[in-house]
Design a protein around this ligand. Structure first.
Ligand code: ATP
Ligand code: MG
Ligand code: MG
Ligand code: MG
Length: 562
């Protein structure tokens, strides 16, 4: 591609309202332009990166045998009324009416749409397990669209949906998707932590988020030092949702903690041992049965008390949770190992566990407010009892570290919520009708691009795009356009290298300074500069994070590139 023909309107300065580095760079580099709040055009440079990310996703979905398709953006309200989410989804839904007054919406996600297709077209266990996906624009009327592509009102999502006849099949599909997602993030160069997450309006209890640590992240994740534990503080924030539901509001009491700006003061105020407060997150189960959650790193913003649900409700919820994970009717927790012990927050007696984290492979599942004697078979906790024996305070977490991060994906074991409410049944091998068991899996494709940039800023104020996702893999820069030797060499290299790589050839009649500044914004993994020594077959090469360019002879280029 010739840069003289490429549309890349760069800016010297980012607009003052751009805060996130990724937002600034994407604007300055001419990757994107805002059309209205939270709605962007993808200019050629941004579109190239988007397409590359999508190609990687298509490749990884193909590997796990999940076919791509496309659903409409425009959906009838009736579909969402069936699932009960039309009201529940709230103000984030873009609603509209057609000329006949029929209520409609722009899809913020597509569980209902996929469930309906399955309800009408899948009949037998013989057709399962099966999964489908699309990469498509979603619409959410976010309260505060911001940070460029990080929180848009129109954004691109990969959403996959799985349909299984048995729990085992769901587990396998979930694992496949999780692996595929991890491959996508790795190939796109995003470092992620799978974390225990809140399921929000999606329903379903088992969900894992992929969180990409970044300076601008809107979420905060807690990780331990050995890397065996990661959770989203949103688990604490989810208490807010109790407030929105009048039924649940009864369960919630907000208390102010005047003057509690240190852990010590808070412990004193709450009259609990200081050791129960683990760097800002506190789970307490005292005689009054309350759960206290605190946000922030030592800076205590608010404290909320939520009374435990009554015992019957808890027992039922926990048993089904366990069943989802273990597939066992009695809801055992599977092999209990020593790792378990340090992931448990218990009260003094260990008999009344209020927060249990089950390590199931790479993902942890957290059961809030579980109770040992009531919800689990005591025998299976022998190891834990031993681990905690004699300790004055069983809150023996490794210290947690807090990092701001970006939710770049979210996967759910939905179970039968949508299929039951929408009548998606299949006939099992005894000819009996059963609801299909569902999973859903989403990657925020455009948000992920911002995460990539956040994690790959250079010291020179540019981007160092990871190889597979870079808009161009080689940036060829000719210093002087009126120098025949340089032109000859540049055109020769352009031709040769284009056979194997995506090459952007800066053939503009611009000053070198302008070209180099723009090159920092293009962020190609390799920059080749053709200048004074072109006649001797010598060029300069530089990677985005190199401080200086290096001279090499053209013969050495192949070695340098591989
Ligand atoms: P958030 O907590 O950031 O609002 P969410 O939990 O509402 O996200 P999901 O419903 O889990 O989002 O959607 C799947 C994925 O879509 C998210 O993990 C995220 O990467 C992406 N996503 C969600 N909302 C937006 C948005 N407004 N702009 C860009 N990407 C988004
Ligand atoms: Mg949201
Ligand atoms: Mg979220
Ligand atoms: Mg989410």
């Amino acid at each position: 591609m010739r840069q003289s023909k490429f549309f890349m309107p760069t800016l010297k300065e980012a607009p003052a309202d751009a805060v996130a580095e990724s937002h600034k760079l994407m604007l300055r580099g001419g990757y994107i332009r805002q059309v209205t709040a939270g709605v962007y055009s993808y200019l050629p440079l941004g579109f190239r990166v988007l397409r590359k990310a999508e190609n990687i996703m298509e490749d990884e979905m193909e590997k796990i045998n999940v076919p791509e398709m496309m659903m409409p953006h425009f959906l009838p309200a009736t579909l969402w009324q069936e699932s009960g989410r039309y009201k529940k989804y709230g103000a984030e839904m873009f609603k509209l009416k057609d000329r006949h007054g029929r209520e409609s919406l722009l899809g913020p996600t597509h569980e209902e749409t996929f469930t309906e297709i399955i309800a009408k077209n899948l009949k037998s266990y013989k057709q399962m397990p099966i999964a489908l996906y699309q990469i498509q624009t979603k619409f959410r009327d976010e309260n505060r669209p911001r940070f460029g592509l990080l929180r848009g009102r129109e954004f691109v999502m990969l959403d996959a949906y799985s349909f299984a006849a048995t729990r085992e099949q769901l587990d396998e599909q979930f694992d496949d998707e999780k692996r595929a997602f991890e491959n996508v993030y790795r190939r796109c160069g995003v470092t992620v932590h799978p974390v225990i997450a809140d399921s929000g309006t999606m329903g379903g209890k088992n969900s894992t988020e992929f969180q990409a640590p970044a300076a601008i992240g809107e979420d905060t994740i807690a990780t331990n030092e050995s890397g065996t534990y990661a959770a989203n503080l949103e688990m604490a924030k989810s208490i807010d949702t109790f407030k929105q539901d009048p039924e649940d509001a009864k369960e919630l009491t907000k208390v102010s903690t005047p003057g509690c700006d240190t852990i010590e003061k808070l412990a004193k105020f709450l009259d609990v041992p200081k050791t129960r407060i683990v760097k800002g997150i506190l789970y307490i189960a005292d005689d009054q049965k309350v759960l206290v959650l605190i946000r922030g790193d030592k800076q205590i913003n608010e404290v909320k008390l939520r009374h435990l649900l009554d015992a019957d409700e808890m027992r039922e919820a926990t048993a089904s949770e366990l069943k989802e994970i273990t597939g066992s009717e009695k809801g055992g927790v599977g092999p209990v190992n020593a790792d378990w012990a340090d992931k448990i927050v218990a009260d003094d007696t260990v008999k009344n566990l209020y927060n249990v984290v089950v390590g199931a492979g790479e993902t942890d599942y957290q059961f809030e407010n579980a109770n040992l004697d009531r919800d689990f078979k005591v025998d299976e906790f022998a190891d834990i009892r031993t681990a905690n024996e004699g300790e004055p305070d069983p809150v023996d977490h490794e210290p947690l570290k807090f990092t701001t991060s970006i939710e770049v994906g979210h996967i759910f074991k939905l179970g039968t919520y949508y299929t039951k409410t929408m009548g998606a049944d299949f006939l099992d091998n005894n000819g009996k009708a059963k609801p299909v068991i569902m999973g859903s899996y989403g990657i925020g494709v455009t948000r992920m691009l911002s995460a990539v940039v956040e994690q790959h800023l250079t010291n020179h104020g540019g981007i160092a795009w990871p190889k597979e996702i870079a808009p161009f893999s080689i940036h060829l820069i000719q210093m002087k356009m009126n120098n025949d030797e340089q032109t000859q060499l540049a055109e020769k290299l352009e031709k040769e290298l284009s056979a194997k790589y995506d090459v952007l050839y800066d053939d503009r009649k611009e000053r070198p300074g302008v070209k180099f500044n723009d090159a920092d914004l293009v962020g190609a993994p390799v920059r080749i500069t053709i200048g004074r020594k072109a006649a001797d077959g010598i060029v300069e090469v530089k990677r985005p994070n190199d401080d200086k360019a290096t001279e090499i002879s053209v013969d050495q280029l192949n070695d340098y590139l591989t």
